[in-house]
Every structure is written in C-alpha cells, then in structure tokens.
Design a protein around this ligand. Structure first.
Ligand code: C2E
Ligand code: MG
Ligand code: MG
Length: 850
C-alpha cells in the first residue's frame, strides 16, 4: 500500500535488476573461466573494492535522496553509508596489501573495521522508521532476537568454532577473526531478525528485503571467512570470496531502489495478506525452532565434545527455553488481558447498543409524538385559518355573510353589468324599527337572540341564489340578482314586511317588529359597491322618515336631498357660533280670561344662503349630531332672558310664561335640571315662569328615565307639558306617574274638528282625561273661529294658533303683549308683521295663513 510511488520506480527497478544481474554474472564468469588462484585473488580484491565503492556511492545517493523528503529514513541511510564506508576501509586495506604489495593479506587485516561496520549496520537498521510498539512488544522482540541470536551463536560455536579449537590451539589472529567475524555476522543477523520481526513496517519492504539478502550473504561470508581462517585454509580467490561480492551487489541494489522510491512510504496499515501471514508465522516459529535445531544439533552432532561443552550448550539451550517460555507467558498474559478487554468491550458495546436501542426507541416515540402534535397543530392552524377566513367574511353573531362578503358579491354583480349593461339587480337595505328599544329595555343578551331570530326569518324569505348579509347592528342587506327573472324588488320587500308581522317568541317575550326597507336598482350612476349601499341606505332613511315599517325605492332626487342635508349639517355646526339662530314667539291665549298667558319659543335659523329655515328641517339633524345640546341651552337661556326683559319692561308681563321645547336628547341629558336651574338663576327668572314642552313620543321612548327627569324638573318649580299629545301612542297608565301640568292637543286633531264627530270626540276625551288628571289643556294649531268655538266647547282652556297669532319676532311679541293687555287685540292683529320662512332642503316655501 504505497500512497505515492515514484513514477520512475518501475523503470528504475528494471535497470537496478539488470545492473545487479550483470554485476553478479561478471565475476561468476571470471571465477568459472579462470582457475589460477592468485589471478582470481587479485580479481576478487579489485572487484570487492569496486563493488564496495559502488555500494558506498549508492548508499550516499539514497542518503542524499532521503535527506529532505524523509529525514528519519535519511538518518538510517546515512549510518548505513558510514557502515559500508567503514567496510571500504577493510576492503581497501586488503586491496593495497594483495594487489599493490603482492602479498597474502593477514586474516586480521581490517577485522576491527568489519566489526565496527557491522555495529553501524545494526544501528542503521534500527534507525529505519518503525511502527510504534508497546513495551510488551519491544520486550518480546528483544526476547525473540536474543533467543535466535543465542541459538545461532550456539550452533556456530558447536558446529564450527568449537571443533577448530579442539584440534589445535589457535593463534591470536585466528582467535580474533573467529570471534570478531561471527560476532559481526551475528550482529547483522540480529538486525536482520529485527527487520524480519517488524510486524507491520512503515517502510516499503523492497529496499529492506534486498538489504536483508545482502546482510545474509555478508554474515555467511563472515562465517565462512572465520572458519577458513581458523582452519588456516583461507586463500584469496576462493569461491567463498564471491559471497562478499553478492552481498555488495544486493546492498547496492537496495540503496538504488531506496534512492529511486524515496517518496514511497506507508501511511496506512498494510493488509493482512499471505505475505503478512508467512512473516508472522516465521516470527512466531523462529525462536522455538532455533531452540529445537540447537538442541537437535547438540544431540546429533558430537564430533568429540567435552563434558564442559555439553554443559555450556545445555545452559545456552536452557536460557533459550527460559526466553521462549517467558515470551510465551507474556503472549499468554497478553492474550488473557486482550480477551478480558475484548469481553469487557463487548459487554460495554452490548450495553451501549441496548442504550442506543432504548434511546432510539425513545427518539422514535418522541418523533412519532411530535409528528402527531405537529399534525394536530397543523390541523388546528388550518382550522384557525378557515375560521379566520370565515370570520373575515361572516358576521359572528348571526353567521350571515358580513359587509366585506356583501361588497365582494356586489362587485361581482357590477362586473356583470359592465359586460352586459342590460343586466339589473337590486339591493335592499333593512333596518328594524324599534330594535333599540328592545335592546335597551330587555338587555343586549336578549337583543342578540332577537337579532339571530330576525336573521333566520330573513333568510327564509330570500329566494335561493340571492344573497343576504348583516352590515352591523340591526342593519341587513339583501342582494336580488338578475331582476329580469321575475324579481320585483318592491313586491319582495312587501313579502319581507309580511313575514315580520308574525311576532317573535324569545325567552318568554313576545316581540313585534317591522322593517324600514330602502331599495335601489343599479343604474349607470353606480360604479362601486359603496355607491349602491349608500343609495340603499338613503332610501331606507326615507322609509324611516316616512313613518317606518315601509319600503322606499331610491330615486336620484333622494341623493341630492341627502347631499343637501349633509351640507345643512355642516352649516349647522357653525350656525350658533355665527349667530344665525334666533327665536320667534307664538302667543298662548286663555279663553276664559281672553288674555295672553304666555308664549311658546320657537327656534329659527337664518341661513346666509337659504334664508330662514324651519326647525323641522334642522332639529332632527341637530338631534342626530348632538348639536341639539348646545342649541337647546342657547334656546332656553334666550327664551328666559327675553321673558325676563319683557317682565322688566312691562308690568303686565309679570304673570306671563315662556314655553321652551325640550328634545329627546336633552331630556335624557343627566344634568338637565341643573342646567335649567343654573339658567333661571343666571337670568333671574322665577321657575314658575318657565314651561318645558316635551313631545309625547319622547316620553314614551324611555318612560322610566322620563319620569325621573320630570320629577327633578318639577322639583325646581318649572311647569311641564306634553306636546303634540295624541300622536305618541301614550300608555295612559303612565300619565298619572308623570308630574305634568298641561297637555297640548296636537294640531292634527284640531284640524279635523270641523270634518266630523270623531275628532271632536277625541279632543273631548283628551280634555276630560286631562281634567281628571288635574291637568290643563291647550289646543294647538287653531286657525279658524270655528275651531276656536269648538275647542272652547270641548273643554280646552287655552289655545295656540295662527288665529291668535303666528310665531312673532320679539318686537312683535312685545307689541302683542301690550295690545293684548290694552284689550286692543284686533288692532294688533292688523299691524302684526307676518313671519315667514323657507325650507331649502324641501325647496318649498311655507307662507303663514290666517
Ligand atoms: P311644536 O312644539 O308643536 O310647535 C308648534 C308648531 O306649530 C310651530 O311650528 C308653529 O309655528 C306651528 N303652528 C302653531 N299654530 C299653527 C297654526 O295655526 N297653523 C299651522 N300651520 N301651524 C301652526 P314650528 O315653529 O315650525 O315648529 C315645529 C316644531 O319644531 C315644533 O313643534 C317643535 O317640536 C320643534 N321646535 C321648534 N323650536 C324648537 C326648539 O327650540 N327646540 C326644540 N327641541 N324643538 C323645537
Ligand atoms: Mg311645542
Ligand atoms: Mg306641538
């Protein structure tokens, strides 16, 4: 497994192989062809020297190449270069002695360098980078190496060295060679074993294998040389010298291969392949095998051994046995601890796996739960969204579509009219009459139920395909599509009225209602939904004004009137500030005394553009807008001030009263009595001079509140009278609870007096009722002598009407007072300036008539 290979490697290897073969064949050819020993000796020395030089060069090359790329490897090759350089010293010495001096070199020549070189080789090999190993592994390796080394040493000693020294006493030189050369050889063998036993080398094996082969030959050469020297048989040029050459060739090849594959280094573990198994097998088997071989050699090879030799040999083998046993024991212990660790790890893994499984299950549960929650949430959101969408277009109370939805439908209808102008549709605007009373008197809760019932009944009236919606409050709208399909809006509106004639039964109450309906049919003036709704609303107001419970079809003049009314409303806001209001006074005449008893103050608006505007035109607007409050205050104060002025100027006026009209809103004003009191005090008018007129229907709107207000007003000493009596459907049972002084019979009854018995009887009945309740009666709107005679006969004490006088300016009124007391009434009548006013909104002019 090489991470990177020098691309030249394969080609370089071929050259290396070629060079190595040539280098081996060349001397073998010479050895085979030349038999002369001295010539062969010289050739061997020459060859040895050359090959050694080449080896030194290739080793230097390998060092140079690895120096930058692989510093660790460089150190090893550098030491190895020194080793082969040291060898070169010996070889050079041999060369010099044998070739230059032509003498047989002594065996000890350079022996010390050989030993030194071998030590360097041993060191260099150990510098080759190795995989990191544990202390136990290192000890085992040392034990293995020592066992094999010891075995080899014992064998060499037993087989070769020992017999030589048995035969003759060796000289110092032979002894030195016999000891130093095998020791050197064994050192290299030890280094080789160390290399072989390197379990998973980091270094590629190629150069190392070649180096191993080289050292094998080298140590064999050493051994051969030691034996030859010891037996005094050595001569230069023997075949044994060839061994050295082979060793140099392989060494040079190894270095060359290293130099050309400098970048190749293992970074990953090599696979456990056959090669690994073989090496591992050798590694395991070698120490005991060496021990066995040593033992067998001791048993079978005797060649004249002494007892001491056997003892030494036995001690050696015993030592080997101890080493092998210790090693095996260590392996066994390691195996035990590994097995134990493995078991523990296995158990832990199982536990972890179980934990993982549990976690996984919990996770799955959580995920499932979360998913379920999310699904629910999603559903909830969708529901909310649906609800929101529904609420955006529906009325919460009745469930009917709301204004937005109705506008959308109207826009759709308008779009149709843009494509086909002949298409017509109608919008009906409904407002229930008197709903406010139900709401106020029975509470909003019941009011809501009433509205729901109204909506339900309305829905049953609307034909399928049409559209009904609630705008808010008691306002509903209906869209009648495609009028050409027999839809007659007014007839349909009448059907609705019919449907509402049936009473509603709600929580034990029987409720009656009617609807005021405005109808509009689209035309070219309606370009938006708002236009249609506005016009339908205008028509509905007309229906209300016309007396409620009816349908009014919109026409364009209504819009103009509505606009005019809007203009009036704006102008009214400034009228008071601009002093455009003034009062006129209509006398009230007592029949018995033929005397004036007082005046009714009636407000007028002198409009800059429209002239004098009648109260009927602007009082409703003032009521709606709330302007009636400041206006009412002004009228009250002005009327009181005027009477006070008259009283101050004319003693006859001391007993006169002034009647001031009070509107519904004023009556329900919480501090009305306080206001009246304040005004009277401010002006200095006695309370008895002031009469307050309240229209009958106003009393009936909220009778309890009216009673409360009346009581506090009466407590001030002010007189109270019901105005327009007979028009407000009074419940007579309440009359006695109201602290009243006077009833004013409405003009409509007086008008009818001449026409028949019926009206006369009503007037008589009212008068009788009033008298029974200790109230005085005023007949309003008396215009003719005949009416005057009638009302007198029917029991009315006082009259008010054009016959007596029209509403007069303050000056005329003062004159009227004067003439009245001068008994010169008819003269006054002749001089009085008629008061007239115009009504711009209705574009009609009212002329007072006598
Ligand atoms: P009202 O209080 O019933 O006043 C009587 C109305 O009848 C007056 O109309 C008066 O001019 C008119 N009238 C009296 N005698 C005759 C007659 O013989 N023939 C005819 N054709 N009409 C007669 P005016 O002044 O137009 O007032 C209309 C209504 O406006 C009043 O009815 C009253 O309800 C209201 N109003 C007038 N001034 C005030 C005011 O200052 N405050 C409030 N809140 N309402 C007022
Ligand atoms: Mg009045
Ligand atoms: Mg009246």
């Amino acid at each position: 497994m090489y991470d990177s290979l020098d691309p030249r490697r394969s080609r370089a290897w071929r050259y290396i192989l070629l060079g190595g073969t040539v280098a081996l064949l060349l001397p073998s050819y010479f050895f085979l062809t030349v038999t002369d020993l001295p010539t062969r000796g010289i050739f061997t020395d020459l060859c040895n020297f050359t090959y050694n030089v080449i080896t030194v060069c290739t080793f230097g090359w390998a060092s140079y190449r690895t120096r930058k790329a692989r510093p660790a490897l460089y150190r090893a090759w550098f030491v190895l270069t020194l080793a082969v350089g040291t060898l070169l010293v010996t070889v050079t010495l041999w060369f010099m002695v044998e070739v230059l001096l032509q003498r047989q070199a002594a065996a000890s020549t350079g022996a010390i360098f050989i030993l030194f070189a071998n030590l360097l080789i041993w060191w260099g090999i150990h510098l080759i980078p190795q995989a990191k190993q544990s202390a136990a592994q290192i000890i085992r390796r040392i034990l293995d190496s020592v066992t094999v080394l010891l075995g080899s040493a014992l064998i060499i000693w037993w087989v070769w060295i020992n017999p030589i020294f048995h035969e003759s006493t060796p000289d110092l030189e032979s002894l030195l060679v016999a000891i130093l050369y095998p020791v050197g050889g064994l050192t290299v063998v030890a280094a080789l074993i160390s290399l072989l036993f390197e379990e998973r080398p980091l270094q590629p094996r190629g150069p190392l294998l070649l180096l191993s082969v080289s050292f094998l030959f080298m140590s064999t050469g050493h051994l051969w040389f030691a034996i030859q020297t010891a037996t005094k048989q050595y001569q230069s040029g023997l075949w044994g010298d060839y061994i050295w050459l082979v060793a140099f060739v392989f060494a040079a090849m190894s270095a060359a291969l290293q130099a050309t594959t400098v970048h190749a280094a293992r970074t990953t573990e090599p696979p456990i392949d056959l090669r690994y198994r073989v090496v591992y097998g050798i590694r395991i088997a070698l120490p005991p095998l060496t021990m066995l071989v040593t033992y067998l050699i001791m048993v079978f090879v005797h060649n004249d051994k002494r007892i001491l030799d056997y003892i030494l040999m036995a001690i050696g083998i015993a030592l080997m046995f101890v080493f092998v046993s210790v090693r095996q024991l260590m392996t066994l212990l390691e195996n035990f601890s590994l097995t134990f660790a493995l078991r523990t790890e296995l158990a832990e893994r199982r536990r972890a796996q179980k934990d993982l499984q549990r976690i996984n299950e919990a996770l799955e549960y959580h995920v499932a739960k979360r998913t379920e929650d999310l699904v629910q949430l999603n559903e909830q959101l969708r529901q909310n969204e649906r609800q929101l969408r529904f609420e955006a277009f529906h009325d919460r109370l009745t469930g009917l579509p709301n204004r937005a939805a109705f506008v959308n439908h109207l826009e759709d209808e308008l779009n149709i009219t843009r494509i086909s102008p002949a298409y017509h549709f109608a919008v009906l605007f409904l407002d229930y009459d008197g709903f406010k009373i139900v709401n106020d008197s029975l509470g909003h809760w019941l009011g809501d139920e009433f509205l729901m019932a109204l909506a339900q009944r309305l829905q049953t009236c609307v034909p399928a395909g049409n559209f009904v919606a609630r705008l808010g409050g008691d306002e509903f709208v209906i869209l009648l599509r495609n009028l050409s399909e027999n839809h007659l809006p007014l007839a349909f509106a009448e059907q609705i009225q019919q449907a509402f004639r049936q009473p509603f039964e709600i929580r034990g109450y029987r409720l009656f209602t009617s609807a005021s309906i405005g109808v509009v049919i689209n035309d070219e003036t309606h370009s938006t939904a708002d236009d249609l709704l506005r016009d339908a609303d205008i028509a509905m107001y007309r229906a209300k004004e016309a007396g409620k419970a009816r349908c009014v079809m919109f026409d364009s003049t209504m819009r103009a009137q509505a606009i005019a009314r809007l203009g009036l409303e704006t102008a009214l806001r400034n009228a008071l500030a601009h002093n455009e209001m003034h009062l006129v006074y209509q006398p009230i005449w007592e029949l018995a005394s033929q005397q004036i008893t007082g005046f009714e103050a009636l407000v007028r608006w002198r409009h800059a553009e429209h002239g004098v505007i009648a109260p009927n035109e602007f009082i409703p607007i003032a009521e709606e807008t709330g302007l009636i409050i400041p206006l009412g205050e002004w009228v009250l104060e002005e009327a009181c001030r005027q009477l006070k002025e008259w009283q101050a100027r004319r003693p006859q006026a001391a007993e006169l009263t002034v009647s001031v009209n009070i509107s519904a809103r004023q009556l329900h004003q919480s501090d009305l009595s306080a206001l009246v009191q304040r005004t009277l005090q401010k002006v200095g008018l006695p309370a008895s001079s002031l009469k307050l007129e309240i229209t009958e229907s106003v009393f009936m709107e909220d009778i309890e509140a009216a009673i409360a207000a009346s009581v506090s007003l009466r407590a001030l000493g002010v007189q109270l009278q019901i105005d327009d009596f007979g028009t407000g459907y009074s419940s007579f049972s309440y009359l006695h609870r109201l602290p009243l002084n006077t009833l004013k019979i409405d003009k409509s009854f007086i008008d009818g007096i001449n026409q028949g018995e019926q009206h006369s009887e009503i007037v008589r009945a009212i008068a009788t009722l009033a008298h029974n309740l200790q109230l005085s009666v005023i007949a309003e709107g008396v215009e003719t002598e005949e009416q005057l005679t009638h009302v007198e006969l029917l029991g009315c004490e006082q009259v008010q009407g054009y016959l007596i006088a029209k509403p007069l300016s303050n000056l005329d009124a003062e004159r009227f007072i004067q003439s009245s007391f001068d008994r010169n009434f008819s003269a006054h009548m002749a001089n009085a300036t008629p008061v007239s006013f115009t009504c711009p909104a209705l574009a009609a002019t009212v002329h007072p008539s006598h």
